[in-house]
Design a protein around this ligand. Structure first.
Ligand code: DOR
Length: 431
């Protein structure tokens, strides 16, 4: 089976490639990328991508697919179709499901289910503690030996420093990464939005930025002390960015991600009490957003991850304080980032693809995020100029909720190829 993407701008940050040419795929792997290859490829299926960008498929290291147990919100089938629609070829679901993915049998079971029902690659993140209760470590070694790519109690802060310390030590023995949801619970727990002028005006209890600053500082210190590797999920505060920057300078093994929403929206979006703006950590004020963008630019923030957190419509259709936190992100992320950062000249296409594909793949040690010869043919074709308007009715995800509803964006994935199979073309998921 031979497929040729013909005449596109090939951008691959993993090999500093930026040329106009063809990509040849044979039996699910990259055979070649270069100039004038299409002519020689007789018998191949040829897709003309002139005027478009060919890049390594996007890798989302932080999603919630809600499978098993919470399928009214999402499942592997709907979540991976949303991923394909958004240009993602690999997604990494968090283990805050029912039951929590905290042992090897569940990891293996989910991998199997993903192979059967998913249309993109799914890499499983196991829980750090049993039931994500923060009391006792989960079966870290067993899960890692059975294919978990990282460990996390995401959705919850690991309150016990002892549990995080021993978790980092165990994970280290298996070359594992711990992903931290860093919000100090006693400060953040009862809040509904960022604590500041807007929360005071709205009369909503806040989650102060210092709750995240404290948590990140502790987590980074524990990584430094143990020699373990930590990844800070959904960074949202200026203090956290600075703490991570300093830790990296000291040589601490820390990486970090930011979400499109924290990078592009402020707490002012909450005025009007739209529950599609409720998320943990919360949307912050402008000075935090600016620090986050600067951190993404200078490499302090390594990756962009969506924290795709779908909920059923009726759950979000509630008074602000009672609605669950989170919203869908897989189908809007690339458009939001291209529109806000590429078209404003803040980031190059190479930087966008690096933060959304090559670097997250590298952090997790995945065979992804690259168009190198021999790599799996996981590819996204992007039309950076395509204008489109976000309408959650058209989403593949079950979580028909986004703070970007009705926004018109420039830039979109127009084809997604997984292991050489075209799973999305022209916005339509094929399988
Ligand atoms: O807003 C959020 N929702 N933040 C999280 O960390 C968890 C997520 C969820 O699972 O719904």
């Amino acid at each position: 089976m031979k497929l040729v993407l013909k005449g596109g701008r090939i951008i691959d940050p993993s090999q500093q490639l930026d040329i106009v040419g063809d990509v040849v795929v044979v039996d699910g792997r990259i055979e070649a990328a270069g100039v004038g290859l299409a002519e020689a490829a007789d018998g191949a299926r040829i897709i003309d991508v002139s005027g478009l960008v060919i890049a390594p498929g996007l890798v989302d290291m932080h999603v919630h697919l809600r499978d098993p147990g919470l399928e009214a919100k999402e499942d592997i089938a709907s979540g991976t179709r949303a991923a394909a629609a958004g240009g993602y070829t690999t997604v990494c679901p968090m283990p805050n499901t029912k039951p929590v993915i905290d042992n090897a049998i569940l990891v293996a079971g989910m991998k199997q289910k993903a192979r059967e029902e998913g249309v993109v690659n799914v890499q499983i993140i196991g829980a750090l503690s049993k039931g994500q209760q923060g009391k006792e470590l989960a079966e870290i070694g067993d899960m890692m030996l059975n294919g978990a790519v990282a460990l996390s109690d995401d959705g919850h802060y690991v309150e016990s420093a002892y549990i995080l310390k021993t978790g980092l030590e165990y994970a280290r023995m298996f070359g594992g990464l711990v992903i931290s949801h860093a919000e100090e619970e006693s400060l953040a727990g009862d809040g509904f939005m960022h604590e500041g002028a807007v929360s005071a005006m709205l009369g909503l209890r806040g989650r102060p930025a210092v709750a995240e600053d404290i948590a990140v500082a502790r987590d980074v210190l524990l990584a430094e002390y143990t020699g373990g590797t930590i990844h800070i999920a959904h960074v949202s505060t200026a203090g956290a960015v600075e703490c991570i920057r300093q830790a990296k300078l000291r040589g601490v093994k820390v990486t970090a991600e930011a979400t499109p929403h924290h990078l592009t929206l402020t707490d002012e979006a909450v005025i009007g009490f739209n529950t599609a703006t409720k998320v943990n950590p919360p949307l912050r004020s402008t000075e935090h957003v600016e620090a986050l963008i600067a951190g993404l630019k200078d490499g302090t923030i390594d990756a962009i991850a969506t924290d795709h957190a779908p909920h059923a419509f009726e759950e979000k259709d509630m008074e602000f304080r009672y609605a669950p936190s989170g919203f869908s992100g897989l189908e809007t992320a690339l458009g939001v980032i291209l529109n806000s950062f590429y078209h404003t000249g803040k980031f190059t296409l190479n930087e966008v693809i690096d933060r959304m594909s090559t670097t997250p793949a590298k952090i997790l040690g995945l065979e992804a995020g690259t168009l190198k010869v021999g790599a799996p043919a996981d590819i996204v074709v992007i039309d950076p100029e395509k204008e489109w308007t976000i309408d959650s009715n058209n989403f593949y995800t079950r979580g028909k909720c986004t703070p970007y509803e009705g926004n018109t964006l420039r830039g979109r994935a127009v084809a997604t190829i997984v292991g050489g199979r075209v799973v999305m073309q022209g916005g339509e998921v094929k399988e």
